[in-house]
Design a protein around this ligand. Structure first.
Ligand SMILES: [Zn+2]
Length: 371
């Protein structure tokens, strides 16, 4: 049959992606790559071969690539950014080809190679009873020695939309988009770091489940990402919280807003065991210095990224989502979705990218201090 014949002469090609500050390098690796025709238009690069190819494409696309698709003779890559020109080169032995799509605007990324996240370590090393015993002695969780795992927590999700802006923008969408960017950027900056998300799609995850994910993964840091909301539409700026009793009325209001979702949780998600609740509070007081240091670092890097926006400072509040975490934990409110101007910003990729970068910078700084 003709299909079998066609398949038998397919040249199998693997693809690697390397983001750079000035564009993206796409590497094609195969047994023999024939000379292609490479074209760029808008945000798309198309590589056409004059013989059938099959793509080995089981790879997680970084955020700045929207789509990677192939038909029998060509490969199409759709970028998240405009491509101004494209260059390519084939190696002497025809076993690899590099296509460089030059971005029209600078991509704010360091020029390092893409690496897939490392395999999860053996987490059976620390039993829960060891962890609880350490906390009861006023010591940190025993796995915190090396900074090798972070949990990113995109606020809300699924049936819990979070705050909703005047033009219908939902907090749960914005927090997920920013968190995924933080993940992608962290993979580049700290390739050895294991990154776990409490959700990577639009789904409901109870507040209790979020910290359970962090504890189960023996994470060294828990970062919850939210958008703020206030009755007063002119309220604006960014602020970062760590766990404590709320100190100000404003902090108490934000605490109420973010804890509200408890009503949506299954009854079982609300702790009925006062001892474990107390222990969780103790844990966060052990980590208070580290948490407040990270919160300060996040505020600093936001001030640098957004010098004209209002720095609302580091605050303390009793967020339920931070409570069960046996590791330093913070909650970032990147902006007010209830403020019309900030809602528009939150809708822009550029703003979200800058916010993600600011979060990443502070995590990198934190990791350097901790390791
Ligand atoms: Zn929220």
């Amino acid at each position: 049959m003709s299909i079998t014949l066609l398949l038998s002469i397919f040249s199998l090609i693997n693809i690697n992606l390397f983001p750079r500050y000035d564009g993206v390098v796409v590497e094609f690796v195969g047994e023999h790559i024939c000379r292609p025709v490479v074209q760029a238009s808008g945000n798309t690069v198309r590589v056409e071969f004059n013989e059938p190819v099959a793509l080995n494409e089981n790879l997680a696309l970084p955020l700045w690539i929207d789509m990677l698709a192939s038909d029998s003779f060509s490969v199409t890559i759709e970028f998240d950014l405009l491509i101004s020109s494209v260059d390519w080169a084939l190696s002497g032995d025809s076993a690899s080809m590099i296509v460089f799509g030059r971005a029209e605007e600078e991509v704010l990324l360091p020029p390092v190679a893409w690496q897939s996240p490392p395999a999860p370590p053996d987490t059976t090393l620390w039993s829960d009873s060891l962890v609880l015993a350490a906390l009861e002695r006023g010591e940190g969780s025993p796995w915190l020695v090396d900074f090798d795992c972070i949990v990113l927590d995109p606020g809300h999700g699924g049936r819990d939309p979070g705050a909703v802006g005047r033009t219908g923008s939902r907090e749960k969408d914005r927090t997920l988009e920013i968190s995924l960017m933080v993940r992608d950027l962290l993979r580049i900056r700290l390739p050895e770091l294991r990154i776990v998300l409490t959700r990577s799609v639009d789904e409901y995850v109870s507040l209790g489940a979020r910290t359970r994910i962090a504890n189960r993964n023996r994470a060294d840091l828990f970062v919850s990402i939210h958008c703020n909301a206030a009755e007063n539409r002119s309220a604006h700026g960014f602020e970062t919280y760590f766990l404590s009793r709320a100190r100000t009325d404003d902090a108490r209001a934000v605490e109420m807003l973010e804890n509200n979702v408890l009503e949506l949780d299954e009854v079982s998600a609300v702790p009925d065991d006062p001892l474990s609740f107390l222990l969780a509070d103790m844990a966060q007081s052990i980590f208070q210095n580290q948490s407040s240091h990270l919160a300060g670092a996040i505020q600093n890097s936001f001030s640098q990224a957004f010098p004209v926006r209002r720095d609302r400072g580091v605050k303390r509040a009793g967020f339920y989502v931070l409570r069960g975490a046996y590791m330093p934990a913070v909650l970032v409110e990147v902006g007010f979705i209830s403020n019309p101007e900030e809602e528009q910003w939150l809708k822009s990729l550029d703003f979200r990218f800058k916010a993600a970068q600011a979060i990443v910078e502070s995590i990198v700084e934190y990791s350097e201090r901790e390791n």
